[in-house]
Write a protein that binds this ligand. Structure first.
Ligand code: IMP
Length: 203
């Protein structure tokens, strides 16, 4: 698979007073083949929400933490199916940048706005791939002594795992394919697709 040069999102990771002008490199031409339909995703989100509601039925208020940016569509659908008092917070970690493989180095770009000590927390992730991102983020959040901390991941690629971590709830296990849509991007594109599709390079 071609490994394009992806410098587009790097500006967001550097801290300088003057905003860096993104350098855009065209991605090689690709098509997106549907893998999981919008209807199938919606049905699975309902199931996940039912299980999560049951698990946290006695919560005072669940803090749903979305990992940016890929989880933003999933978290929006999921919280609307939860029959619980919830609040929503976000955390952004960098591992891929705009590349198609993990850098294995995880940095926190945006931390939570609220406190989680003594609270019930649900971390919502788009994809668990090598596992480095989730492992780093959950270790960090556990140092803040939440009452309970569970993980819900929309997608899991178990064959790619390098760190021993599993979400409490997983939407779909998928093969080792690069996917986009339903919030998930390739070089910041395709997040607005209503379904999940796999990237197929042309030529
Ligand atoms: P990990 O640290 O290798 O588990 O990577 C997790 C993150 O990599 C996810 O939250 C995604 O942002 C990104 N990622 C992993 N696989 C894909 C993919 O197939 N398409 C787009 N992003 C991906």
């Amino acid at each position: 698979m071609p490994q394009p040069d992806h410098t587009e999102a790097r500006g967001a990771e550097t801290s300088s007073t003057a905003p860096e002008k993104p350098v855009r490199h065209p991605a090689p031409p690709y098509a997106v083949d549907e893998m999981i339909s919008a209807k199938t995703i919606a049905a699975r989100v309902e199931d996940l929400a039912r299980d999560i509601t049951r698990h946290f039925h006695d919560t005072e208020q669940l803090v749903v933490v979305g990992l940016l940016r890929g989880s933003f569509v999933f978290i929006a659908d999921l919280v609307r199916e939860l029959r619980l008092p919830v609040e929503v917070d976000f955390l952004e970690a960098s591992s891929y940048g705009d590349a198609m493989t993990s850098s294995r180095e995880v940095r926190i770009i945006k931390d939570l706005s609220g406190e989680i000590a003594g609270r019930d927390v649900l971390v919502v992730e788009d994809i668990v791939d090598t596992g480095f991102t989730l492992s780093h983020v959950t270790q960090l959040l556990r140092t803040r002594s939440p009452r309970r901390l569970e993980i819900c991941a929309l997608l899991d690629k178990p064959s790619r795992r390098e760190v021993d971590i599993r979400a409490t709830w997983t939407g779909f296990e998928i093969p080792d394919e690069f996917v986009v849509g339903y919030g998930i991007d390739y070089a910041q594109r395709n997040r607005n697709l209503p379904h999940i599709g796999k990237v197929r390079f042309l030529g």
